[in-house]
Design a protein around this ligand. Structure first.
Ligand SMILES: CC(C)(COP(=O)(O)OP(=O)(O)OC[C@H]1O[C@@H](n2cnc3c(N)ncnc32)[C@H](O)[C@@H]1OP(=O)(O)O)[C@@H](O)C(=O)NCCC(=O)NCCS
Length: 159
């Protein structure tokens, strides 16, 4: 057994799913809703692991489907905490589908999701700080800041 990890120390994960006939739509491709659920699952696990508190999905940016995912493809959902605000984090997910027969990997989707950390009583609470280290992380951080600016400007007030 290892020691508990500090909050904010884990910023990425990969969730892998081997697609089955039960995941398919009537055309024989994987149903878009299955992909969306797995994007939310991978991103949610990534945010949860970073925050080490309960989190909820607050927003999902548009999801484009660049290519179909076929039955039998091994699909990887690569999730990364791009930005941490005060009480929310943005997680980016890149989805790739691998044809196990040929090894050809296709980038099928990308999505950005926002999660809010909650206390035991369900109130938003602070998230750990994210200090980007590599050039790639710094680029993701800056891009996420711009998306956050737009998102918050367009945010609709709750009823
Ligand atoms: C998400 C939720 C907790 C936000 O509650 P709230 O009282 O409006 O939150 P606040 O205004 O205090 O904002 C808290 C944080 O959430 C962010 N946030 C809230 N709504 C957001 C939205 N629609 N888009 C992006 N960020 C959002 C705020 O920017 C803030 O983050 P910051 O401190 O880093 O800037 C609340 O709307 C909720 O519970 N929604 C339902 C969530 C749900 O059921 N999800 C699906 C299943 S998990």
């Amino acid at each position: 057994m290892n020691e508990p990890l500090p909050r904010g120390s884990e910023t990425s994960l990969v969730l892998t799913h081997l697609t089955q006939p039960a995941d398919a739509n009537y055309m024989g491709n994987i149903h878009g809703g299955i992909i969306m659920k797995l994007i939310d699952e991978a991103a949610g696990a990534c945010a949860f692991r970073f925050c080490r508190t309960t989190i909820v999905t607050a927003a999902i940016d548009r999801i484009d489907f660049h290519h179909p995912v076929r039955v039998g493809n091994l699909v990887r959902f690569m999730a990364n905490v791009n930005f941490a605000g005060t009480k929310s984090v943005e997680v980016g997910v890149r989805v790739e589908a691998e044809d196990l027969m040929t090894g050809i990997t296709t980038h099928t989707n990308s999505a950005y999701l926002v999660f809010v950390a909650l206390s035991d009583s369900g109130k938003p609470i602070p998230v750990p700080k994210l200090v980007p280290q590599t050039d790639q992380q710094k680029e993701w951080f800056t891009e996420a800041q711009e998306r956050r600016r737009k998102r918050l400007a367009e945010r609709e007030p709750a009823d």
